[in-house]
Ligand binder design. Structure first.
Ligand code: NAD
Ligand code: ZN
Length: 249
């Protein structure tokens, strides 16, 4: 493991166009549970609350759950050492972009600038009728938030099941993937499509795939070149340390 981290540090220092691809696992140590697996949100909540058709027909019922999961819960989360290491690697010009499936804003809070939010974000709400956007302050204790202009139902600006990937984030993610020479995947099962095509496309274009996860995933046997097993915060802290040693030697 230690030798693998040293090797990855060397590869990253010598890379020209490395990107990170992150999933719910990077935010687990910020106390945001993932959807799948042990302690996954789907063990507690029914995924139907995030289905577009169900939301259209039962908005008030969905908002009760959405508020609980994404606003009461996510609202107070802070970036952990893995997010902070990625921000540091972007400042050092080693990581050129972060493509994230997460909607929790933690890469922004950590200080990354070049972020592609493949599934949108939870910071904004959008009116389903007139398209007006609102910040999360409009969410109150009193039931579901409504548009002040047209009384339409507001929906979080992240994608629900059945929605298209937002643009330009989707196309930009694929463009960066095609040009990348390394993708470091952190905390993603690879079960969500088309997001999982990002590292696949990079691999097909010749990139090396590094994976950080506490357990093996769909990516591991199919395409990962180096698997760094462990918690995102611990592995990324160690990796940043090795990179700093190389840079200063
Ligand atoms: P997932 O929930 O399917 O899987 C999470 C992965 O993280 C698993 O492979 C697990 O082994 C790994 N993991 C758990 N703890 C870890 C840790 N401490 N360090 C490293 N890895 C760890 O996640 P996914 O593949 O990203 O897909 C789920 C979808 O759910 C995404 O599309 C995302 O939009 C959404 N989601 C987002 C958030 C968030 O914004 N934080 C939270 C839950 C779900
Ligand atoms: Zn409206």
């Amino acid at each position: 493991m230690n030798n693998d981290i040293k090797e990855v540090a060397k590869l990253l220092v010598n890379s020209k166009s490395a990107i990170a691809f992150t999933g719910a696992g990077i935010s687990v140590e910020s106390n945001i549970p993932p959807f799948r697996g042990e302690n996954g949100l789907w063990n507690k909540y029914d995924p139907k609350y995030l289905e577009l058709n169900y939301f259209h027909t039962h908005p008030a019922e969905c908002w009760k759950i959405i508020k609980e999961i994404f606003y009461d819960f996510f609202g107070s989360a802070k970036p952990n050492a893995a997010h902070i290491a990625l921000a540091e690697l972007e400042k050092m010009n080693i990581i050129k972009a972060v493509v994230t499936q997460n909607i929790d804003n933690l890469h922004f809070d950590a200080g990354n600038k070049n972020i592609f939010e493949f599934h949108g974000n939870s910071r904004n709400l959008v009116c389903l009728d007139c398209g007006k956007k609102y910040s999360t302050e409009i969410i109150s204790e009193k039931g579901m938030p409504l548009c002040k202009k047209c009384d339409g139902v507001l929906k979080p600006d992240f994608i629900f099941f059945g929605e298209q990937i937002p643009e330009p984030a989707g196309s930009s993610s694929f463009d960066f993937a095609k040009k990348s020479d390394i993708v470091i995947i952190i905390g993603s099962t690879g079960e969500v499509v088309p997001a999982s095509h990002v590292p696949v496309l990079a691999k097909q274009s010749g990139a090396k795939i590094i994976e950080v996860n506490i357990s093996k995933t769909n990516f591991t046997s199919q395409m990962t070149d180096i698997f760094l097993e462990g918690k995102a915060s611990e592995v990324m802290t160690e990796l940043l340390k090795e990179i700093n040693l190389l840079k200063n030697s």
